[in-house]
Ligand binder design. Structure first.
Ligand code: M6R
Length: 607
């Protein structure tokens, strides 16, 4: 949403383009020209770049709302795209989230003869505001009343033609930021979309409503109707790096940034003598962390797999019991936690609804919470008690890559911090931290095999099913490899802890069902080689990843990818890199839309 002194249309279109990377299936906007009392509205299932020629940029108007939609209620169609409006076509609403009680509200509104034009949950909002206006309530009170009737999650921007010098934003459980420029304001779900106009922003919190007018904004808590004084804070956008820098896809660019991402996570955090780490966020909770006896890690997707690596890491380094749970399931099992517990939430975006909800539950139970988050200022970073930013830099491809390696690097730092508070000696810390600092260079060595990996992906692109196997640190990495192939190549791939294979999945193996075996020379090497033999005995094709210099697998597998040698606990950061490249070139061979895979969104802000 935009309200200010400039023409709104090009501003919101540029903003939408910056949000495109989050994944969407349709978009729409409404621009209002006060002088002519004319509202220019468009909705389409086309991509912004394909639809741009149909947009009349001569249309004037200094206020606009717009949205990129990722369908939840109602199919992907022009009529379901936002903005949605009331019967009288005065109230316009864009929404991110889900209105859980929309059916109940719709029933009530239908009885009052409201006419609906879409199948969405969102459309109840403009009609309900209209209903309250019809009852004689003033506009702001009607919005307030409506917000209190809604259940679920929402970030909303609302425009009323009858009060064109006002734009209203509100949120619960979905991100919303208000960029504050000189006599102009811009609402967005992500600060990336506002950085061309505003150097200052107000991050709205749950239950907050903001009314913007040409020269001021006022905030209140719509749940208790109390005024809130919140100043816009300066945002440092200097690190924003938006282009593809000559790469065909953001995903490839971001894989190539993996060494830099790890470097950025480590920067300034390893003491010069390498005997310990320095993590600002953790310092202030040093005493509490000393007492921690149990850790719960919550996260989703790729971040969840980083969490699984974290379990092996922290248990080995610090001797603290770690449980890892997909954030979307965390709430369902009764949360039983000993007195000195810590919940660690991992997220690239910091906006994943499931992860935020898991943290809220932990906080309600009075448990200490920590975040490992990439996006500075995101909802998660503000919700947790303290945390560690990964500083991987902006990640635009829907498939997460550089964020993953930086999450594991951050977990190593946290593991060493906790371990040094316990039994780890300075000598042990030195060995780990010295090796950790050398990983960016070792990732670069893997890129030397890019051509081989590309050729391999090309050769295997005809197969429709894949199995990924790993043990210990590499079981989560097998999950990550398989997920990448699913998301961007739309190829069925399953991951298993290698020891579990004989308990069922081995039935799938034949010459048309290749297996990717993760077998660096580590403490479980011999065991996984036995699993590899079991596949070979059943004529399964095998791609194996192993440590450089290991010659014995060349005859046992169809293809071998070599990994630089490192410590066992750091190896996952290296092993995942060829898997990211393999999935990328596989999807490229199949000519898929790599950066924007179908059905997916970058930030999953709905439960
Ligand atoms: O932003 P988050 O790290 O919280 O996102 C979690 C998942 O949605 C995300 O990792 C997803 O699985 C990616 N598409 C994986 O590539």
């Amino acid at each position: 949403g935009y309200l200010g002194k400039n023409q709104a249309l090009p501003i919101v279109i540029k903003g939408l383009k910056k949000l495109e990377y989050r994944g969407y299936d349709s978009f729409g906007f409404a621009v209002f020209d006060k002088e002519k009392n004319y509202l220019y509205l468009k909705k389409t299932t086309k991509r912004i770049k394909d639809f741009e020629k149909n947009i009349d940029f001569k249309q004037k108007g200094k206020v606009a709302i717009s949205q990129t939609r990722w369908a939840t209620h109602g199919g992907v169609s022009n009529k379901n795209a936002h903005p949605h409006l009331d019967c009288a076509k005065n109230i316009f609403v864009v929404h991110n989230g889900i209105i859980e009680n929309f059916e109940e509200i719709k029933k009530f509104l239908l009885k009052k003869n409201h006419q609906f034009r879409s199948e969405t949950d969102t459309e109840v909002i403009p009609h309900l505001i209209e209903e309250y206006l019809n009852q004689g309530i003033d506009y702001e009170s009607a919005v307030l009343k409506t917000l209190n009737d809604l259940r679920g999650s929402f970030a909303l921007v609302i425009f009323n033609k009858a009060e064109p010098e006002k734009l209203i934003g509100a949120r619960i459980s979905s991100p919303l930021v208000l960029g504050v420029g000189k006599d102009e304001y811009i609402f967005a779900s992500d600060p990336n979309a506002i950085n061309s106009w505003a150097r200052k922003a107000v991050f709205l919190d749950d239950g907050e409503l903001v009314v913007v007018s040409p020269r001021a904004y006022k905030i209140k808590n719509f749940l208790n109707n109390k005024k809130i004084n919140k100043k816009a804070q300066a945002i440092n956008f200097t690190a924003i790096d938006e282009g593809k820098s000559g790469f065909e896809h953001f995903m490839l660019k971001e894989i190539k940034q993996e060494p830099e991402a790890v470097k950025n996570t480590l920067r300034g955090r390893i003491l010069r003598d390498k005997t310990n780490v320095k993590l600002g966020g953790l310092e202030q909770y040093r005493n509490e962390l000393k007492k921690i006896e149990k850790i719960f890690i919550v996260a989703c997707g790729t971040a969840y797999y980083a969490g699984l690596v974290g379990k092996y890491l922290i248990q080995e380094l610090a001797g603290i019991d770690v449980e890892v749970e997909a954030a979307s399931e965390f709430r369902y099992a009764k949360f039983i936690h000993p007195k000195n517990s810590l919940v660690i939430a991992i997220s690239q975006s910091g906006e994943t609804a499931d992860t935020l909800e898991a943290v809220k539950l932990a906080k309600r139970d009075g448990v200490l919470t920590m975040g490992i988050v990439n996006v500075v200022g995101s909802s998660l970073s503000r919700l947790v008690d303290f945390g560690v930013y990964t500083y991987a830099g902006p990640e635009y491809a829907v498939a997460s890559t550089k964020a993953f390696v930086s999450q594991i690097a951050a977990l190593v730092l946290v593991g060493v911090f906790l371990a040094r508070q316990r039994k780890m000696s300075s000598v042990q810390a030195k060995i780990i931290l010295k090796e950790l600092a050398s990983l960016p260079e070792k990732i670069n060595q893997i890129f030397e095999q890019e051509k081989t990996i590309r050729a391999l992906a090309k050769k295997y692109a005809k197969y429709k099913n894949f199995l990924y196997l790993g043990r210990k640190y590499h079981w989560p990495i097998s999950l990550e490899g398989a997920l990448k192939l699913k998301e961007i190549a739309y190829v069925h791939s399953e991951a298993y802890p290698a020891g579990e294979m004989k308990h069922g999945p081995i039935a799938l193996i034949d010459k048309n069902f290749p297996t990717v075996v993760l077998a660096p020379r580590d403490s479980v090497y011999e065991k996984i080689i036995s699993n590899l033999q079991e596949i070979k005995a059943r004529h399964g094709k095998i791609i194996v990843l192993t440590t450089a210099g290991n010659k014995e697998l060349a005859k046992k597998a169809e293809a071998v990818i070599y990994l630089p040698k490192t410590l066992e606990l750091l190896q996952p950061i290296l092993t995942v890199v060829p898997l990211h490249l393999f999935a990328y070139y596989f999807a490229k061979e199949l000519k898929k839309d790599i950066d924007r895979p179908r059905n997916l969104a970058k930030s999953v802000t709905v439960e």
